[in-house]
Write a new protein. Sequence first.
Length: 334
Amino acid sequence: MSGSETLIRIAAAFLPRSRREIRREEWLADLAGAEELGIPRRQVALGALQAALSEGVSSRRGTFTRRRIFAIAAIGVGAVVVGAPAAAIAVMLVSDARGVVTVEATDDGDREVFWRDYPGIPELDPEEILSGPTLEEGEAEGRALLEEIETALTAEFGLEWAPPSTGNGDQVAFPAENFYGGPSMLSTLNVSGRQSTSVPATWAEKERALEIIASIAARHGFTELTLDHDSDNMTAADLKQAFGGVTPEESVIISGMVEGPKGQWLMFTMQDLSLDRDGRFTEDAEASAEYGSLPNSISVMYGANGLLPDADRAEFERRLAPYVGLDRPTPLES
């Protein structure tokens, strides 16, 4: 199964149960026809994730965990709800033309604050952005981290590696929205590692692979590894549909993520078609082969929610000045 197909299946899992199957089939059909229309498959997958977040939040507000929203925001299609502003701030969601506007009480009377011009993003404190890696440093650190993981897995399992499956080509940095009605000065970073040409055969070996990824990530300041199977938002039927099994041990696909400092993250996927009981995943893999996706593999992706290009630091601080000391309001839902 390609990365785009996996994203669509995960996106569908965020929806209310009554809409999951219909929307999943619609999005997979859109994905199948993307190439003929000249639309990048990744663009279709990201659109599905954006739609899922919007539909899911509106129908089941409060059911999204921080990790789920973090993962979606990290690829540029979500918004994290931050804490409510102080009592002195009245938040008013207005038209898209105005974006998010707050009213701040000052000694000279009320003052409107237009957050559409905010240079950051809601879920990252500006100090985190300024003290974290630049966009250039983040990409270099991410590539080094992926190489370290690849080297360790090779030493443990004797793996060989192929290029990542086709998606966005050489592009790894993407403009970020500020989710207040305007553009951010930050970039979202997505760096795909290479694909192993085989996958460990036993569950004990797969667990060992996960341990290696987790231990290396921990040395770089990342938190505990979590599996997508641990989602409290998916039924047993959902898990079978998305991953091929209710538990990781019996599943065709094992995926998850590790959160890092300064908005950084790792997402990983293992696919083992020897566990495909009904042929559904094998059929998907065959359809994805032309895009460079391998049937049995380990793949890891590094990314960051919002990194500032080094050349833009002074301008970022200038544009940030009107917002210093203010509580960041709740962002727009989509």
